[in-house]
Design a protein around this ligand. Sequence first.
Ligand code: XMP
Length: 533
Amino acid sequence: KILILDFGSQVTQLIARRVRDSGVFSEVFPYDVSDEFVRNYGAAGVILSGSHSSTLEGDAPRAPDAVFELGVPVLGICYGMQTMAAQLGGKVENGKVREFGYAEVRARNHTKLLDGIVDFVTDEGHGMQKVWMSHGDKVLDMPPGFVLMGDTPSCPIAAMANEEKSFYGVQWHPEVTHTVQGKVMLSRFVHEICGCKSDWNMPDYISEAVEKIRAQVGTDEVILGLSGGVDSSVAAALIHRAIGDQLTCVFVDHGLLRLNEGKMVMDMFANNLGVKVIRVDAEDQFMGHLKGVSDPEQKRKIIGREFVEVFDKESGKLVNAKWLAQGTIYPDVIESAGKGKKGQTIKSHHNVGGLPEHMKLSLLEPLRELFKDEVRKLGVALGLPHDMVYRHPFPGPGLGVRILGEVKKEYADLLRQADAIFIEELRNTPYEATVVPGFDQDSVPKNWYDATSQAFAVFLPVKSVGVMGDGRTYEYVVALRAVQTQDFMTAHWAHLPHALLGKVSNRIINEVRGINRVVYDISGKPPATIEWE
Ligand code: XMP
């Protein structure tokens, strides 16, 4: 396995994902782990990430010395290369200009890491790589024992190597897709230089995870809050595979779910997989508490509070339960380990499955080491339907934040219908992708649902005038929202085909009594958010 030490770059998680994509398990830890941790971890190789810091600052973050004493290969990326240079006796200088974006690197000498990795050859016959750079500082002098591995006109030491020790540094970011051969280089590092085998795959992972869950819980009973979302669904399927009827799922229907969602969850889990699921129909309770409340944060608090209450009450009946299972995934783990450097809370995100304080349950989190795409692959390997596992994210407060202002059952019913029409048409409309040669064909979206990251309808409780047949109408408005994003922190509105929008609008106005106007949201994030509340 590969140990990745994180110096705080925004793309560190991508390094782990690329390495895992190549079939090798890897984990991210903060750069300031102890020497002892590094020695005991059992890494076949270490990767040092990028950072916003400068090695020239007084308290610049350093890699634990043990990294360079382990006798395993080390790859420094961007800041990781700079700290490698500084810590091993080289020199880093403050760049006068920041270099950001596309660059062309010329490979120098013949190194195991870069030899033969070429995007194009210049007229003079030099092998070149197209890479993505983002740095201010750069290496001025290489440490003793290193040779030049690559350069660019503005960065004379863009890559360096000490092949005797298998220490490598690259100034660019191989983990981002803009670096065309980045994947190839990382795969070469972990397989050929570190000697790792491709043994990280989901079918094998299932048996390992099943054994681990059995060993952990023994004959105890386990409760899981099932929301119908990807993470809790996959966790439920995995735990059920491991311990069968020792698992009981509690599914709270707060009346703010999508059309037929409750039925689908019950069909899938209770009927198909034979999982014990308690469905709690709490629509009246939620609607009652939401009556007269129009402030979005207030609504979130109420939904969160009631959810815990209902869940608490139901699980309190399962007197033998010793474990609370949650679908926590790896990015959540890394994020909460990130020493509070998170920005200001824009919205208080409520997720299903809060642990009630007084219940003395231990936490079971079988997805803790998986990235989202791995959770999805695991779900498919466990037999969950593709469409469920590749569903867009859905917020914990559900339609509660997609009905502007006060939530009413009448509004929720209209919204559910409109939303279902929109999603159905997105799924049915083929996506004409420009297929980039060499790109993974499987990841090319087939329809507009897959080509968007999140899409939904929003209910606006305002009435506008319309005309239908001979009559004047005075009815509500629905807004359609569809975005494309990598990380949900920033997002573009999706350029849906006009014909698709037209069809959705027609169908909603004709089929949903009470809606006579449909609009499309063309705001990016920032400044708008993805949800309307
Ligand atoms: P925004 O609206 O902040 O959304 O751009 C970013 C992502 O977060 C989801 N979201 C939520 N998820 N509880 C959740 O579990 C919430 O209260 C909540 N608010 C927003 C949103 O759907 C999008 O994926």
